[in-house]
Design a binder for this molecule. Structure first.
Ligand SMILES: *Cc1c(COP(=O)(O)O)cnc(C)c1O
Length: 425
């Protein structure tokens, strides 16, 4: 086989026994820039976005990239240039939107714990909407807006109490979650919002979880949200936009989430049937726009055979790739230049002093010390969650566009890490 695409990594392909991302040979990047190294495909991001754009063709819809999935500036730039808005969860993310040339008037601000300073910053910048998550937040936002002589545009995040059937840490739409306002309380909360002088009610939103691979939870959530829209409007409060959040899953390991356009064909049929198809729609996809667009390259440092387990010790770790440690998540791990020979079953682990520092368990690999591996589907919630644990500098990042490779973040040095610290004199 000279050219094979890997499942879950649409722009990664083996050509003459070398792994490529778009037109760039990954082994060349590892040699030039070192490892661990994140490499992203611009074409993969735009192709994921295009699926949503096809799904919404002819509709009044705005796609707000949930940038917490990957907030590197050049990644934001790709989506800003493609016309996306952004779903932010902090004032720092708003700073990044501005730095990346994004349109602040297409920003929506989610999150259960916005501070007054963040509210002021977002009001002064002129964002599109605050997705408010509690009654208490409404009161504070109204106060802050009035103190600036403004009215804050608000949407209330309602909790539709549907099971997204995903990992409990990334399920957000159930009653026991900290997110949103309970379905039963929502009308009351809207009435309070409409009465507050510093607020202007513009929409409604929900977000039921992440890595959702089934359509039913979305259809159920939509019904619950539309029931509320009906009740809220009957109470005399117009709802201008309806925001269905993000959460669509990707293929990590044979997962079969619906394609974004197929999902939205079904959702729009329901919206049309219930008479809401011509409303302004918003969505907040994160993972599904970037997850499969990234790979993390890592070098095999040592092979350590053991009585119960063989370990393949690599130079990437849980500080670079936190998802396995946090959610027991699975990422495919493949060699950049496959070798012939008998495979050995390894736990692929990093150098950090924690037993939780593993990247893959029981992986069958034919590898030697010095080989480079690619950890696939690492475009979302990897670099964005990376830390300096063990005083490890964060990895460099490359954006591939055709046969060009742009360095979009240099490798972090120890000096970078210590720059904000001081000794006691
Ligand atoms: C995280 C988050 C998203 C994006 O979720 P994905 O699973 O990455 O698509 C969207 N909206 C809100 C409010 C979020 O917290």
């Amino acid at each position: 086989m000279t050219h094979a695409t890997l499942a879950g990594a649409p722009f990664v392909a083996l050509q003459n026994n070398d792994l490529y991302l778009e037109g760039v040979k990954l082994a060349d990047l590892a040699r030039t820039h070192g490892t661990p190294l994140f490499v992203y495909s611009k074409a993969a991001m735009l192709s994921a976005l295009a699926a949503y754009q096809r799904g919404f063709a002819g509709r009044n819809a705005r796609i707000c990239y949930a940038m917490k999935a990957n907030s590197s500036l050049a990644v934001l730039q790709v989506f800003a240039q493609a016309g996306c808005g952004f779903d932010i969860v902090s004032g720092g993310e708003l700073d990044r939107v501005v730095a990346a040339g994004g349109d602040v008037s297409k920003v929506i601000f989610s999150g259960v714990g916005k501070t007054r300073a963040e509210m002021r910053q977002a009001l002064e910048a002129g964002i599109a909407c605050f997705n408010v998550e509690s009654d208490a937040e409404l009161e504070v936002l109204s106060e802050v807006a009035l103190s600036l002589g403004k009215r804050a545009p608000v949407s209330i995040r309602v909790n539709p109490n549907v099971d997204a059937k995903t990992h409990p840490y990334i399920s957000t739409g159930l009653k026991g979650n900290k997110f949103g306002v309970a379905h039963e309380r929502a009308l009351q909360t809207y009435q309070r919002a409409a009465s507050l002088p510093g607020l202007h009610v513009t929409g409604i939103d929900c977000h039921i979880g992440s890595q959702i691979t089934e359509t039913t939870p979305y259809l159920d959530a939509m019904d619950r949200v539309l029931d509320l829209v009906q009740a809220i409007e009957a109470a005399g409060i117009p709802i201008h936009h309806i925001d269905f959040g993000g959460g669509l899953g990707i293929n990590y390991n044979g997962d079969t989430p619906p394609e974004a356009d197929a999902l939205w064909a079904q959702l729009l049929t329901k919206l049309d049937a219930r008479g809401y198809g011509q409303r302004q729609l918003m969505i907040e996809p994160g993972r599904s726009l970037v997850g499969n667009a990234g790979v993390c390259l890592t070098e095999v440092l040592y092979l350590k055979p053991g009585e119960q387990k063989n370990f393949c010790i690599v130079d990437a770790a849980m500080n670079d790739l936190p998802r396995p440690a946090m959610y027991e998540a699975f990422h495919q791990i493949v060699p950049l230049t496959p070798r012939n020979g008998d495979a050995v079953v390894y736990d692929v682990v990093g150098p950090i002093c924690e037993s939780g520092d593993w990247l893959g368990r029981d992986r069958s690999l034919t590898v030697q010390t010095g080989d480079t591996l690619a950890v696939l589907s690492t475009g979302a919630y990897c670099m964005a969650m990376a830390s300096n644990y063990n005083t490890r500098g964060r990895a460099a990042e490359i954006l591939v566009d055709g046969d060009k490779a742009h360095v979009i973040r240099r490798r972090e040095t120890s000096a970078d890490q210590m720059a904000m610290e001081s000794l006691v004199s």
